[in-house]
Structures are given as structure tokens and as C-alpha cells.
Design a protein around this ligand. Structure first.
Ligand code: C5P
Length: 409
């Protein structure tokens, strides 16, 4: 799936060592289907050549407001007008301290600042990826400029933290190309969950038998993590309570790691009071050993196997769905059902049993560990099929479906 197909990005580079990351970003944007027009300041050309960016973008690079070449097929010698009119976004990466100070004042003495000023402000968003030394970033002048640029409508991305090219360590480095790409893809998603706080459970739980053994469920956590990412992209505050999985935390998502069902329930209770939506995708173990042994249970060669007694785990979703906030509609609960057959009938029954307004069914063996899935959405009105697609594509559709149900309440 090309995430930026059909988008035209003007990628501006101002002067900074992070220009080397802009080359990687340019490549990533093209790979995701965007067309990219690169514009560089004179300072940027001290760090990376226009030839590199031309090769990566497949288009001649513009560096001067006096450039008389045809821009966007127009021969009026006005590259600042022509280039800015057709863009879906102007992305300045890196945005140096000096360049931001210049933008703030509406100065326009080179092509990049000129086209930022000349762009149709309500139609072409300006996205800035700051990059500078930590002292420069922390300086009140820079912070003041960033605040004012935001107030003027620019979208200022976060800075990274860590080792800097100057040898110092702190805030101010430019985000990595894949982080910038993720933020840009997120930027273009409709903000249908703005103002909502989502709590999502994901992955399996692990119920200890002894310090080295336990029982668990087959769940990679991929669907829940995709929903967390999609919800964040849609503008929600997201907390992800995750069982033991080997997945990266989606950007901007708060993650709480747990092992057992009881820990998951505790983590959910700690957060659910502030949540407006709960999405329970976790494959919670139905039972846990009644008593986890303190020490490893030894095989003694006698052939006698240990007798394990189990107790039932709490049903996290059903417990929350029965709470006052859920029943009054302040908290919207979404459950999942992984079935092996008769999905519609089982999922319909599960929706009623769990007491949730929306239940999402999927066929377990056809989704475990995979990057794609197919979903069946069941609510009071009936059922809707979301045909097989990537988990992220489905997550975005599900987020849209949740958002429309929140509005319709
Ligand atoms: O009953 P079953 O496990 O099939 O129900 C699945 C749904 O209930 C999922 O949304 C799952 O996250 C949730 N669940 C839960 N706590 C449990 C069992 C299931 O939250 N102990």
C-alpha cells in the first residue's frame, strides 16, 4: 500500500547537518507514491548537493528565486508562485533556527522562504521539522518563534533527543526519516477522533505456572497495535495496554506493558476513568494456574506429571462494559471475537453477552500473526463486512466506523 499516492510535496531544505536525513526522507516519500519537488536554500547546498536530491526525487531542484526555468510547466519566472500552488504540503526538513526566525517575520529573501510566504495558507499546509543544537533549540528566542509559528498555522513537528553531530547530547536533532514519514502520513489522515481518549488492550496475556513456564494465547498484537496507530493518526490520545509482544510502539502512543490478565485489568482500571473509548483486542487467557510455583517444577523421572489446577481470569471487557460510565454512554466499548467458524452467529451472541455496542469479529486461524485480516462489524443495527486488507488499512476503517458511531449517539 502506497500511503502517499497522489500527494505532491514540496520538500524544502534549509541549512543544517540534518540535510543528509532529508535525502533519505525524499526517497521514502517517493517510495510511498508522492511526487516530490525539492527546493534548497543556499545554506543547505553547503551540506548536500542538489544533484543528490534531483536523483532521488527525479525532478530538477530549485534553489533560487531568480531561476527562470519553467516551474510546473509555467514560464513566468515566478517559481515561488508556481511551486507553491500545486503542493498538497510544503515540508521544510531540516528547518534551521535561522530559517524559522525568518519565516516568523514573514521575510522572503530566498526561494524557500518566499514560497512559504506565498503559499495559499488555507489550502497548503506548512510542516516544519526543526533541527539544531540543543542550546539553540532550548533558547527562549527559538521557543518563542516555534510558539508563534504554530499560532500562525504552521505544523511544527517534534524534535528528536540524543547524540548530536556537534558532540553534545540533548533535544534538537531532527527526527529520523522514518519518523518524519510516519508523521507526514499521519498528518494527512482525517482527524475523526480529535478530542477522544482511547484505551486499547492488545496482545496475549501470559499466566505463569512457575518462573520459567506459563500458558498463553496465540496473538501477535498486530491488530491492536494497528488500531492504536490509526487512532493516534485520527487525532486521539491513545493508551495501549500490551501483553508480551515484540512490536514497536506506534508514534505518539502511551504504552503500558503487562504480563497477566490480572495485571491487564489493573492497568485498564488505572486509565479507563479518563477514556472515552475502550477497544479490547487482547487475547486474554481464560484461566490461570491457581497457584504459580515459586521455583521451577522439576521433572523427577518418575513419569508422574504435576496436577495443575486453574481458576478463571476476570473478563476485562465485560467488567468495564458493566461499569457506570459505559452504561451511561460516557465510555464507548468495542470488543473483538476471534472465532474458527460461524463468525456471524458467535459474534452476535458475544456482543450481547459482553454488553458492548460494537463487536468486531474475525476468523482466528486466518489472522494470527499475519499482516492482513478481514473483519465483521456487528452492532445493534446489523453487520458490515470489511474485506481482507492490511491490518492498518482495516484499523483506519474501524476508527472511521467508531467515530461515526460516536457522532450518531
Ligand atoms: O470471550 P472471548 O475471550 O471470546 O471475548 C473476546 C473479547 O473479550 C475481546 O474483546 C477480548 O479482549 C475481551 N476479553 C477480556 N477479558 C477476558 C476475555 C476476553 O477483555 N478475560
Amino acid at each position: 500500500m502506497q500511503e502517499l499516492a497522489g500527494k505532491h510535496i514540496v520538500l524544502g531544505l534549509s541549512g543544517g547537518i540534518a540535510c543528509y536525513k532529508a535525502a533519505e526522507l525524499c526517497r521514502a516519500l517517493v517510495k510511498q507514491g508522492a511526487t516530490v519537488q525539492v527546493v534548497m536554500t543556499e545554506a543547505a547546498e553547503h551540506f548536500i548537493t542538489a544533484t543528490t536530491l534531483q536523483a532521488l526525487s527525479g525532478r530538477p531542484v530549485f534553489t533560487s528565486q531568480w531561476d527562470g526555468r519553467s516551474a510546473s510547466g509555467v514560464d513566468n519566472a515566478m517559481p515561488h508562485i508556481n511551486l507553491s500552488r500545486e503542493a498538497d504540503a510544503v515540508v521544510v526538513a531540516p528547518a534551521s533556527a535561522d530559517f524559522m526566525a525568518k519565516l516568523l517575520h514573514g521575510r522572503a529573501d530566498d526561494l524557500l522562504s518566499l514560497l512559504c510566504l506565498a503559499r495559499p495558507i488555507d489550502r497548503v499546509p506548512l510542516i516544519l521539522a526543526p533541527a539544531m543544537n540543543r542550546e539553540m533549540w532550548a533558547h527562549p528566542a527559538t521557543q518563542r518563534n516555534v510558539a508563534q509559528l504554530k499560532a500562525d498555522g504552521a505544523h511544527v513537528l517534534d524534535v528528536g533527543q540524543g547524540d548530536q553531530a556537534c558532540g553534545e547530547t540533548g533535544d534538537g536533532r531532527m527526527l529520523e526519516p522514518e519518523e518524519l514519514l510516519g508523521d507526514l502520513i499521519a498528518f494527512f489522515q482525517p482527524k475523526v477522533l480529535a478530542g477522544q481518549r482511547l484505551l486499547i488492550t492488545a496482545g496475549p496475556t501470559f499466566e505463569a505456572i512457575d518462573p520459567v513456564r506459563g500458558i498463553t494465547n496465540r496473538s501477535s498484537g498486530k491488530m491492536g497495535f494497528a488500531i492504536a496507530q490509526a487512532a493516534r493518526e485520527a487525532g486521539a490520545e491513545v493508551t495501549l495496554v500490551a501483553g508480551p509482544v515484540a512490536l514497536a510502539t506506534p508514534r505518539g502512543v502511551r504504552r503500558v506493558d503487562v504480563m497477566s490478565a490480572e495485571q491487564m485489568l489493573q492497568a485498564v482500571w488505572a486509565d479507563v476513568g479518563q477514556a472515552t473509548v475502550l477497544v479490547a483486542t487482547a487475547a486474554v487467557a481464560d484461566w490461570r494456574p491457581a497457584q504459580a510455583a515459586d521455583q521451577k517444577i522439576k521433572k523427577d523421572g518418575s513419569g508422574v506429571v504435576p496436577a495443575l489446577a486453574f481458576v478463571e481470569n476476570p473478563d476485562i471487557l465485560a467488567t468495564v462494559a458493566a461499569s457506570e460510565r459505559a452504561r451511561s454512554g460516557e465510555l464507548y466499548c468495542v470488543g473483538f471475537a476471534a472465532e474458527s467458524h460461524d463468525l456471524l452467529a458467535h459474534a452476535q451472541a458475544k456482543r450481547v453477552r459482553k454488553g458492548v455496542p460494537l463487536l468486531v469479529g474475525n476468523i482466528g486461524p486466518e489472522t494470527f500473526g499475519r499482516d492482513d485480516n478481514a473483519l465483521l462489524l456487528i452492532d445493534e443495527q446489523g453487520s458490515v463486512e470489511l474485506p481482507r486488507a492490511s491490518k492498518l488499512a482495516l484499523a483506519r476503517q474501524l476508527v472511521g466506523a467508531i467515530a461515526s458511531r460516536l457522532v450518531a449517539r
